[in-house]
Design a protein around this ligand. Structure first.
Ligand SMILES: C[C@@H](N)C(=O)N[C@H](C)C(=O)O
Ligand SMILES: [Zn+2]
Length: 217
């Protein structure tokens, strides 16, 4: 189902804005059981601070979009390093690929290993103020750096570091209380019922495989 209005979303959607090939499929689709849990996570969050909300950055990702984002991230990393993508040595190519795949799942077409977001059970999100402004979390969503590790600020004793860590902990606590599993290296990525969730929650199998979406007319 599409995200209900009670849950905020980033608009324009960041990957649609980059030209990712969604066709007429919504990037804000999620399994209805996952949406119910997100609403529960937002309720739990607001018990502690009624001014805070969840804001969804990304949800459903067809495999063609996963491939597009892997390629886009690779090209972006190379460009930021000042190198030319056409002139990379195989060693350099391998090193950039490693960085990309530390944060992005393989766009696998094998139904036995669906990328998390292709299941409709994974969501990238953050906290927002009551007016919908994203809260500073000490790093951007999708940032390829150690700042993305959930515990990055855990030992930072500066006032800003402590604030970032407190906000990340608020997000994690609300999401975990509704049954979500956080990605071990991405503070913004959570899932309920996919393979990553099953692995860390010690469940025998995932609940959800790759989602087969019907295009909305
Ligand atoms: C990088 C981020 N947007 C993300 O979703 N990462 C996970 C691991 C994925 O690609 O499924
Ligand atoms: Zn994600």
């Amino acid at each position: 189902m599409e995200l209900p209005p009670a849950l905020l979303r980033f608009e324009p959607h960041p990957y649609v804005a980059l030209g990712a090939p969604y066709g007429r499929i919504s990037p804000f689709f999620l399994r209805s059981g996952v949406v119910q849990r997100l609403l529960e996570a937002q309720r739990r969050l607001q018990v502690g601070d009624s001014d805070l909300r969840l804001i969804v950055f990304d949800a459903y990702r067809p495999i063609a979009v996963q491939q597009f984002m892997v390629d886009w991230t690779f090209a972006d990393l190379v460009a930021r390093s000042g190198l030319n993508v056409e002139r990379l040595t195989s060693k350099q190519r391998l090193a950039f690929n490693e960085q990309v795949h530390r944060f992005w799942a393989e766009p696998s077409l094998d139904p036995a290993t669906p990328p998390p977001h292709s299941t409709g059970a994974a969501v990238d999100l953050t906290l927002a103020s009551a007016s919908g402004k994203p809260v500073a979390m000490g790093g951007e969503i999708d940032e390829i750096s150690e700042r993305s590790f959930p515990a990055h600020y855990s030992k930072d004793q500066t006032e800003t570091g402590k604030r970032f860590y407190r906000c990340r902990t608020l997000l994690l606590t609300a999401m975990a209380s509704a049954g979500f599993q956080q990605h071990p290296e991405e503070w913004w990525h959570f899932s309920y019922g996919d393979q990553l969730w099953a692995f860390y929650q010690q469940q025998p199998t995932a609940i959800y495989g790759q989602a087969q979406l019907k295009i909305q007319q």
